[in-house]
Design a binder for this molecule. Structure first.
Ligand code: HPA
Length: 244
């Protein structure tokens, strides 16, 4: 698979399983990025906490382009990311994992491309299969080998702008449009990975049923608590996939 990077989302600010882990930074055209380099079972690995080391960067202000350009410059060929999501699909329950295979983009104010014209030109990248099927198969095989994982292969990830959660009316609309999961970070990350020709998959951890489906109002601490409960299982799954 070449050099693999893990992008950690909410609840995965530290992968905790790397040997000789060292923090690095890199200046890119889009600003400075921070990452960790270490080894796992003798394999070189990059870890990049999407929200920063202390979860200080909200979804709409993440330097998605700097992060992906930096990973490309490091020679990364595959990215496995984690995402906390709400579920719109009664079959995808809290504490379960999903590998999305499609997305719907409802973001509003993000730089979504490396190709803004000028020197970089204009490029229209194919999005038929935004999430790498090979990486998804490897993650499914990892779950099989470990046993005891409720991991669903396929689902449509709705990306909202955030940082607020959704209204029940918005969730009803996303459901009507075919959305299964709702989160705030997969777009433009997955698009930039495609532009950079890096295989990309995300393991979505369902932390709650979405607004209006859940009987109670959603809080950030509910999401964080659920991620904390499942973080070890999520990290173990990804590390098994890295090993395969
Ligand atoms: N909505 C948006 N993002 C989320 C949710 C949600 O319900 N849960 C976890 N991340």
């Amino acid at each position: 698979m070449g050099l693999i990077a893990i992008i950690g989302g909410t609840g995965v600010c530290d992968i905790k399983m790397l040997k000789n882990a060292k923090e690095h930074h890199m200046d890119t055209f889009y600003g400075t990025i921070h990452y960790v380099r270490g080894t796992y079972e003798g394999k070189e690995l990059i870890f990049l906490p999407r929200h920063g080391k202390t979860h200080s960067i909200p979804p709409h202000l993440i330097n998605y382009r700097g992060n992906m350009l930096g990973l490309k410059r490091l020679g990364v060929t595959a990215v496995i990311s984690t995402t906390a999501v709400g579920s719109l699909n009664r079959d995808f329950k809290p504490n379960e994992f999903v590998l999305p295979d499609q997305f719907l983009d409802f973001t509003k104010s993000r730089h979504t491309s490396f190709f803004d014209g000028g020197e970089n030109g204009v490029v229209h990248v194919d999005m038929t299969e935004p999430y790498c099927p090979t990486l998804r198969r490897t993650l499914m095989a990892a779950a099989d080998e470990l046993g005891g994982y409720a991991l669903h292969n396929g689902g449509t990830y709705v990306c909202t702008e955030g940082p607020r959660f959704e209204t029940p009316a918005e969730i009803k609309m996303y459901e009507t449009l075919g959305g299964d999961l709702v989160g705030m970070t997969n777009v433009p990350e997955v698009c930039l990975a495609r532009e950079a020709e890096i295989c990309y998959a995300t393991v979505s951890m369902v932390t709650n049923f979405a607004a209006g489906i859940s009987p109670s109002a959603l809080t950030h601490s509910e999401v964080v608590d659920c991620m904390a409960e499942n973080s070890l299982r999520l990290r173990t799954l990804i590390m098994k996939a890295v090993e395969l």
